[in-house]
Ligand binder design. Structure first.
Ligand code: NCD
Length: 310
C-alpha cells in the first residue's frame, strides 16, 4: 500500500506517470467516470480549506466514487480529544482512501503508520503540501510544455508556506532548474529546505528581497500569501503582510511568457487587475488540481482507466 505524504514519496518516473494520467483525464474525462465506482474517499480536514478539500471531493465524484468526511476539527471527535491515530483506524473501516489536512507537521505521517488505507497529506502545518505540488507540476508541464530548464521565482512567505517547500523538493529533481527566492529577510526558506532541497543537490538559487529587480528573469513567478495563522506575533504579521503586491505596473517588467501562479487563496499579494493578464494562470491552476488529484487517487488505489473498479 502506498501513501502520498511528501512529493519525494514518488520517484520522478512515478510522478511523470501520474502527470501523464492527469493529462489523459483532462483530454477525455468521460472515459474515467466509473473508474472509482463503489470507492469512497474520506476528507479529514482539521484546518480550513476550500480548493484542496473540494477538489479532492470533486475528483472522487468525477471518478464515480463517493465522499465522506469533516471540514473542521470542531466538528470531529478531535474536539473531544481523539488522536489522529485513533481516528484513522476508524476511518480505515469506512473509506478506501483518506486525505488529511492538519495544523501539526507530521500528523498525516502518524495517520499513515496506523492506517489500513492509503493516506494523502493534504497539507501539514508549515511543512509540506504534496498534492498542491502535483497540481503545480501539472500546470507548469501543461502550459510550459516542460518541467526542466526553468527559472522559478518563489515570492512571499517562504518560511511558513508549505506549498513552496514541497515545490522546491519536487522541482529540484528536474534538470536545468534555477530558483529565485524572493522574500523579506524574516520569511526566507527554512534552513532544512535550503540545505536538503537546494544546497546538497547543487541547485542554483539566489535570495533577494525586491521582486522588481528579478521579475524580468523569471519563466514562472509563484506568488504566495503571508501565512497569518502560523505567526507567533501579530505585530510581525502586520508589518510583513503587504511585503509584495503584484500589480499591472510590475507585470510590465515581466517577460511575455512568464506564468504567474499562486496556490490560492490570495489575500492582496496579487491585485485583481492582474487577473485578466493572459500570463496569470492561478485560476486555471486550481482547475488543473482536480485532474491531478483524480490521477493520484487512481494511482494510489491501483486503478487504470480501462478497467472498471471493484
Ligand atoms: C495553500 C495551503 O493550504 O497551504 N492553499 C491551498 O491548498 N491551495 C496555500 C495557502 O493557504 O496560502
Amino acid at each position: 500500500m502506498r501513501h502520498f505524504l511528501n512529493p519525494l514519496d514518488f520517484s520522478v518516473a512515478e510522478l511523470d506517470q501520474v502527470l501523464d494520467l492527469a493529462e489523459e483525464i483532462r483530454q477525455d474525462p468521460a472515459r474515467f467516470r466509473d473508474v472509482c465506482k463503489g470507492k469512497k474517499i474520506a476528507t479529514l480536514f482539521y484546518e480550513p480549506s476550500t480548493r484542496t478539500r473540494l477538489s479532492f471531493e470533486a475528483a472522487m465524484l468525477n471518478l464515480g466514487g463517493s465522499v465522506l468526511g469533516f471540514s473542521s476539527a470542531d466538528s470531529s471527535s478531535a474536539a473531544k480529544g481523539e488522536s489522529v491515530a485513533d481516528t484513522i483506524r476508524i476511518i480505515s473501516g469506512y473509506a478506501d482512501i483518506a486525505a488529511i489536512r492538519h495544523p501539526k507537521e507530521g500528523a498525516p505521517l502518524v495517520a499513515a503508520q496506523k492506517s489500513w488505507i492509503p493516506v494523502i497529506n493534504a497539507g501539514d502545518g508549515g511543512h509540506q503540501h504534496p498534492t498542491q505540488t502535483l497540481t503545480d507540476l501539472f500546470t507548469i508541464r501543461t502550459l510550459k510544455g516542460r518541467l526542466s530548464d526553468l527559472t522559478i521565482g518563489l515570492c512571499g512567505d517562504l518560511k511558513f508556506g508549505r506549498t513552496v517547500h514541497s515545490l522546491i523538493f519536487a522541482l529540484s529533481r528536474y534538470t536545468g532548474i534555477r530558483f529565485v527566492l524572493i522574500s523579506p529577510e524574516q520569511l526566507r526558506v527554512p534552513d532544512s529546505v535550503r540545505k536538503l532541497g537546494l544546497e546538497t543537490k547543487n541547485i542554483p538559487f539566489k535570495e533577494v528581497e525586491r521582486l522588481e529587480d528579478v521579475i524580468g528573469e523569471l519563466d514562472i513567478l509563484y506568488m504566495t500569501r503571508i501565512q497569518k495563522e502560523r505567526f507567533f506575533n501579530e505585530d510581525e504579521y502586520i508589518r510583513l503582510k503587504d511585503s509584495y503586491i503584484l500589480d499591472a505596473e510590475k507585470m510590465k517588467l515581466a517577460g511575455p511568457d512568464c506564468l504567474v501562479m499562486h496556490p490560492l487563496p490570495r489575500v492582496n499579494e496579487i491585485a485583481t487587475e492582474v487577473d485578466d493578464d493572459p500570463r496569470a494562470v492561478y485560476f486555471k491552476q486550481a482547475h488543473f488540481g482536480v485532474y491531478a488529484r483524480m490521477a493520484l487517487i487512481m494511482t494510489l488505489l491501483g486503478l487504470k482507466g480501462d478497467e472498471t473498479a471493484c
